[in-house]
Design a protein around this ligand. Structure first.
Ligand code: DGY
Length: 494
């Protein structure tokens, strides 16, 4: 499988290995299936996580439209009145000592007038909104397959559309009171990339007060504690949770007093891509023209915000610490945010691809597979076995693959897909991987890893993304934004 420099990737993964991987991925999703929703992983994560569920729905789409739709609809049953989709919905059946901080830790969040009825309890944080991207994918897969799934998918889009709109409105208002086009996060857990060096400087400024002793159940489920965030990280995480709860989960109070307020560049880019998907869903369900204009304006604002966070020297985008009033300089995969947002100039796209393929990322000579480490090995704070400080994450590979396809980079996308699949064939369906050895780290049988594997195996080229690509043509987008064209124009109405 590997050459002397360990980096030659076969153009095709053996068909037998692919079939076995698909069977194993289906088995993982079945095993973690709780009926209407899916555990993120069997032991380490026994609850429903928000952005995990979005990617899980993408995988489930290949197994059946109804169950894929249910995954997202179940999550959105717990949407807050403000539109927020909680980052965790707690499984009332999970043993109390299976995860910390569990439902009892978040129970007081249920006292917020905006919280949904409990139990099940939810956290009051949120995570990147990949949900509209997933909902559109469920539709695309159903449409490609034909049959009764098409009607189910159409009904699903009608049901989920207003919920998605409310969710995005929450992000574009409560999480962006400045109207910058960039989303503010209150906690590294909201980024989904918890202990990334992205947050080191902002977290250092957080002074931790008195905390009662707390358990680390997560450490029971990994081979080595170095794979998870440290005690010092957790102290800060729990302190920030305490402050958010003290503020009654009230957005304005948090914004006034919270010590960790960061404009998250990857989250913001996912919002832009999700708004592109939402715009297409709006057309499919026949939403009012005003919705189209609103969403197109969110997209434009998102691009402006992202442009302001571009670092020409690194050829990457950076997060911005609102408290300190400065960018957070770290070379991580989040820097490829403009690629995820899409619609970049040729020059910017070339710069991003050069950075992606440089020795800072997929071109690093020690990599087992040419897939991007979560943190560049050239970045201070890189640790190859520690959660988001170095390991490679299949779901990030999926996001970049999908983004490359949308950018018309199908050969590059195909190479990334092949390397990612080979990593999973050899390494298993783990949560994350040592970038140098390919060793599986974190949880085994991670649902979103199984899900993206299924999606890759079902998608050879960019056919499934054709409509999205059409929407990315600048001319058409501009006319929607200015309200000068019929937004339903060339897109079929469901
Ligand atoms: C965890 O427990 O590791 C999660 O990322 C927090 O949501």
């Amino acid at each position: 499988m590997s050459s002397t420099n360990n980096r030659v990737v076969r153009t095709e993964t053996a068909l037998g290995a692919e079939a076995q991987l698909a069977a194993r991925a289906r088995q993982v999703l079945r095993q973690n299936d709780m009926g209407d929703w899916t555990r993120a992983a069997p032991n380490l994560y026994p609850h429903q996580w928000s952005w995990d569920s979005a990617f899980i729905a993408i995988g489930l789409a290949h197994l059946g439209t109804r169950r894929a739709a249910k995954e997202l609809l179940t999550l959105f049953e717990h949407q807050w009145r403000t539109g927020k989709v909680p980052h965790i919905v707690f499984n009332p059946e999970a043993p109390p000592d299976s995860y910390f901080p569990g439902p009892e830790h978040w129970a007081c969040a249920a006292a917020s007038p905006d919280a949904p009825p409990a139990p099940p309890y939810t956290s009051c944080l949120c995570q990147p909104p990949a949900h509209a991207i997933a909902a559109l994918r469920v539709w695309e897969v159903a449409e490609r397959k034909g049959g009764e799934g098409v009607d189910e998918a159409r009904a699903f889009l009608r049901q989920i559309y207003p919920k998605l709109l409310l969710w995005h409105r929450y992000l574009m208002t409560h999480r962006d009171p400045e109207g910058s086009g960039l989303v503010t996060i209150y906690h590294p857990w909201e980024s989904g990339t918890d202990n990334s060096p992205r947050w080191d400087a902002a977290l250092e400024a957080v002074e931790v007060g008195d905390l009662p002793p707390y358990p680390r159940y997560d450490l029971r489920h990994v081979a080595n504690p170095s794979e998870r965030p440290t005690r010092a990280d957790y102290d800060r995480y729990l302190w920030l949770v305490k402050l958010i709860k003290k503020a009654g989960c009230d957005e304005e109070s948090i914004y006034r007093s919270h010590p960790f307020l960061v404009k998250d560049v990857l989250f913001s880019a996912i919002v832009v891509a999700a708004n592109e998907a939402l715009l297409e869903i709006a057309a499919l369900v026949g939403a009012e023209a005003g919705d189209h204009t609103l969403i197109a304006n969110w997209i434009a604002r998102g691009h402006q915000g992202l442009n302001s966070l571009w670092d020409p020297e690194l050829g990457l985008s950076l997060d911005y610490d609102l408290r300190a009033g400065r960018p957070l300089r770290a070379r991580t995969v989040a820097g490829f945010a403009p690629l995820v947002a899409g619609r970049q100039s040729t020059e910017r796209l070339e710069t991003l691809i050069t950075a992606l393929e440089s020795s800072a990322f997929t071109g690093h000579p020690w990599l087992r597979w040419p897939v991007p480490p979560s943190t560049s090995p050239l970045q201070e704070g890189f640790r190859r076995r520690s959660y988001w400080r170095g390991p490679t994450w299949p779901v990030v590979n999926w996001l970049l693959w999908w983004s490359l396809l949308r950018a018309g980079q199908s050969e590059r996308a195909q190479r990334l897909r092949q390397a990612s699949l080979q990593q999973l064939v050899i390494g298993g369906l783990g949560e994350y991987f040592d970038p140098f050895t390919g060793e599986l780290l974190g949880a085994n049988d991670q649902s979103w890893t199984a899900a993206v594997a299924l999606d890759w195996l079902a998608t050879q080229g960019c056919g499934a993304l054709r409509r999205t690509a059409t929407l990315l043509q600048p001319g058409r987008y501009e006319t929607i934004r200015n309200g000068t064209s019929d937004p339903l124009g060339s897109v079929r109405t469901a």
